[in-house]
Write a protein that binds this ligand. Structure first.
Ligand SMILES: Cc1cc2nc3c(=O)[nH]c(=O)nc-3n(C[C@H](O)[C@H](O)[C@H](O)COP(=O)(O)OP(=O)(O)OC[C@H]3O[C@@H](n4cnc5c(N)ncnc54)[C@H](O)[C@@H]3O)c2cc1C
Length: 497
């Protein structure tokens, strides 16, 4: 082995100052501790996508890695806490279910808890699954608490994330990154210079002819994918035959009452509408398919459902669901919207930025190019994208609605990976998940049951145990969870600190 001494890239250039760009800048500035020049180029004229407000629990790991103080972060980004997502009308109009964070029951094995529950529920001796989730019960009663490290406490089963103002989050991280030495350049990239010998990116050329050279480039330029697509022509895998929504219209409105500690997603004829409570306003938007709904109809539905005065004109967005064929191509890594897009039904895009960054740091390139690192990274990120894709398709496929969009998604052929997962669950209530999957057993159980996928049988090993004893245990767990939720402060009081 050759000892190089210092094989770090000398300079990293980040193109884009949205959530992805500033998350990358913040993490690199922290992890590389001044050993590598980091420059971020962004254009105020182009602006950012301006949406992206709901997250999932691993965001806490990202914030903790940066060493952010939670109270300051909540204050600066006008954040609220999130305990899960309420789905309305996704099976049929009028029905609802909750996808909670944390786990069901208080045992360390949520898979097995679920098997007992299947038998008891069939006997009419257990309540709804949600009664056994502390997050679901706390959300229903507008409470929020802290996770306990005591494994015997129901509070240890708790999980939470945040809703925040994405522009304020980017601004907050910008301050952090600039304090740690990241250099920010305002300007529009007009041209990308490629090296003649191997087609690697050599420099970004700005509209005032400034040339920004780098060893490695991070493409955070949003849907434009200026480096990965416009310059390197990486290619895109289109998944719109499974996920036909291709438009979104976002429109914030004034807050009414106390903010809920959960996101709301309500199915509509042409897609679905989100509501995300922040401290100072609600984020709202309609994600829809242009094949089934016009922009005017979407805007009408969105406005009618606001229930409060809008605080901005609608932000209209177009997208194609899918992923870039290579998230890491040559000396360019794509993060955020430049690397692919899955609709925000399960709040996964910001998480994918974080997942991409952490995987990249674990495969950090040296000055010498080694394609094995990029191949490995691309394979792992592709799997992440596909698993989220399957999870989102499940919501659309298992529905009993009557409108054309919903009939189409119910009748379409789904990916084999999802078909197998649904078949196993429908047979035995089992889930065979890989260790590193982003969505846990609890998430899949919540959405399978919520969408009406009912197991035909439970695990026969459950019959080894006395049913009266298990039923009594379930009653105790349900009471403990209800009692624990009552000890929590109201969400609004938790936010006031
Ligand atoms: C409708 C919708 C709802 C969403 N909701 C959620 C959600 O609830 N939760 C979630 O996790 N995610 C959500 N997302 C995704 C989330 O918004 C993005 O993942 C996140 O904002 C990251 O965006 P970005 O930084 O990749 O792109 P952008 O915010 O678009 O930033 C791109 C940056 O690149 C710069 N740029 C582009 N071209 C050039 C150029 N030529 N020269 C210089 N600068 C340039 C721009 O100025 C900008 O700074 C949602 C997305 C959409 C479309």
């Amino acid at each position: 082995m050759e000892i190089v001494g210092d094989n770090l890239p000398r300079s990293i250039v980040i193109l884009g100052g949205g959530t992805a760009g500033w998350m990358a800048a913040a993490l690199f500035s922290r992890a590389l501790a001044g050993r590598c020049d980091i420059t971020l180029v962004e254009s105020a004229e182009i602006g950012t996508v301006g949406v992206g407000e709901a997250t999932i629990p691993p965001i806490r790991i990202f914030n903790n890695t940066l060493g952010l103080d939670e109270s300051a972060f909540v204050r600066e980004t006008r954040a609220t806490y999130k305990l899960g997502i309420e789905f309305n009308g996704w099976t049929r109009p009028g029905e609802r279910y909750f996808h909670p964070f944390g786990v069901y029951g208080v045992t360390p094995d949520p898979g097995y808890f679920h098997q007992y529950w299947l038998k008891l529920a069939a006997l009419g001796r257990a309540g709804p699954l949600e009664d056994y989730s502390l997050c679901a019960v706390a959300a229903r009663t507008g409470r929020f608490g802290r996770q306990s490290q005591d494994p015997n406490s129901p509070l240890s089963t708790f999980g939470s994330a945040f809703h925040f103002d994405a522009s304020l989050y980017a601004r907050y991280l910008r301050g952090y990154a600039e304090r740690l030495g990241v250099k920010r350049l305002e300007g529009k990239v007009e041209k990308v210079d490629l090296r003649s010998e191997d087609g690697f990116v050599e420099a970004l050329v700005l509209d005032d002819d400034r040339r920004v050279e780098g060893d490695f480039f991070i493409d955070c330029s949003g849907f434009r994918a200026v480096l990965l697509e416009q310059a390197l022509e990486t290619g895109y895998e289109d998944w719109s035959h499974w996920l036909p929504c291709d438009r979104a219209m976002a429109m914030p409105c004034e807050r009414q009452g106390d903010p809920d500690p959960f996101t709301r997603s309500t199915a509509q004829a042409g897609g679905w509408v989100w509501r995300i409570p922040l401290q100072h306003r609600d984020g709202n938007g309609y994600v829809y398919s242009s094949a089934f709904l016009s922009d005017d109809e979407a805007e009408r539905t969105l406005r009618e459902g606001l229930g409060a005065a809008p605080t901005a004109e609608p932000n209209k967005l177009r997208f194609v669901t899918g992923r870039r064929r290579k998230a890491w191509n040559k000396n360019v890594l794509g993060l955020g919207l430049s690397s692919g897009f899955l609709e925000p039904l399960e709040s996964t895009s910001i998480h994918m930025i974080q997942a991409g960054l952490l995987k990249f740091l674990a495969s950090f390139p040296g000055r010498q190019w080694d394609p094995v690192l990029a191949d490995d990274y691309n394979a792992r990120i592709a799997l992440d994208f596909e698993r989220i894709r399957d999870f989102i398709i499940l919501h659309y496929h298992a529905n009993q609605r009557d409108e054309p969009l919903w009939r189409q998604t119910r009748e379409m052929a789904i990916p084999d990976s999802l078909a197998q997962r649904m078949a196993l669950f429908a047979a035995r209530g089992k889930l065979s998940l890989a260790a590193e999957e982003m969505f846990t057993v609890t998430s899949w159980q919540a959405v399978m049951h919520g969408q009406g996928v009912s197991p035909a049988a439970y695990d026969p090993l459950v019959d080894l145990h006395d049913v009266d004893r298990i039923a009594a245990e379930f009653d105790r767990v349900r009471d403990e969870i209800a009692a624990a939720a009552k000890t929590m402060p109201r969400h609004i009081d938790a936010l006031r600190g």
